[in-house]
Design a protein around this ligand. Structure first.
Ligand SMILES: [Zn+2]
Length: 242
């Protein structure tokens, strides 16, 4: 059996299409949000016009969900802090970074009326010092963007390495390994990475269907795991990370 979990970052417009798929396959998920980057109204996703020089993913501008629709769109899913405006550890001064992590959490807890003890490191950047500080502030885990074959074991809960990105070439093999060892299979990504490409959306749907159809895959929310307790355990098999 594998405990399967997933999370998606940045609160972008493609999350709406993603959530339809998640509901279709009864999949649990956490969305890591930056409340300070949402306008009141939705900013639609679009392909950059000639001359556009701002941020994009391969020319696709992800857009942002409107602040007023956050609760409706993410209803039934978990949300977690991804800093107020995507502040990055090691770039923002430490005190500002910690404040940004806490401010996002408080905003989400007020808005969704539920505890939001999770965290995802913007850009995957972290430091041990900030991990300790966030743990002291009551965060229970902090997801990085590095890969682990033994999610949560033997590592600081605030430096939690997931299994892999959702488009990792070894997605299925990593899942099978986690299942063999009765461990966690945890993938992450940004829904904008699928652009408006039907091929990429179909590929994700096949993964969700595969997990849905496997009776040994059991979906968990991240806050259903005692990460501190798990961090005390050592992996049974010492295998190298990829
Ligand atoms: Zn992000």
């Amino acid at each position: 059996m594998a405990k399967v979990m997933q999370c998606w970052d940045d609160g972008v417009v493609n999350d709406i299409r993603l959530i339809e798929l998640l509901r279709k396959y009864n999949a649990k998920a956490t969305f890591n949000l930056n409340p300070g980057l949402h306008n009141d109204e939705r900013l639609e996703a679009r392909w950059g016009e000639p001359g556009y020089s701002g941020w994009s993913c391969k020319g696709y501008i992800s857009g942002k969900i409107g602040k007023h629709e956050l609760v409706e769109i993410y209803n039934g899913f978990n949300v977690a802090s991804h800093c107020w405006r995507h502040e990055t550890a090691g770039i923002a001064p430490d005190d500002q970074f910690i404040k940004a992590a806490i401010d996002a959490r408080k905003f989400l807890e007020d808005l969704f009326q539920r505890p939001c003890p999770g965290f995802a490191w913007p850009c995957g950047s972290y430091t041990e010092k900030l991990a300790d500080a966030l743990q002291t502030e009551g965060f229970t885990y902090g997801r990085t963007t590095e890969n682990s074959l033994h999610v949560g074991k033997g590592t600081h809960p605030l430096i939690l390495h997931p299994s892999c990105h959702f488009q990792h070439y070894d997605f299925y093999e990593k899942y099978e390994k986690a299942k063999c060892d009765n461990e966690i299979f945890y993938f992450w990504g940004h829904s904008y990475e699928m652009l408006d490409s039907e091929g990429m959306w179909n590929q994700l749907e096949m993964k969700l269907k595969f997990l849905h159809d496997d009776p040994d895959a059991v979906w968990y929310n991240l806050d259903e795991i005692n990460w501190l307790e798990l961090s005390q355990e050592q992996p049974i098999h010492a295998t190298t990370q990829r």
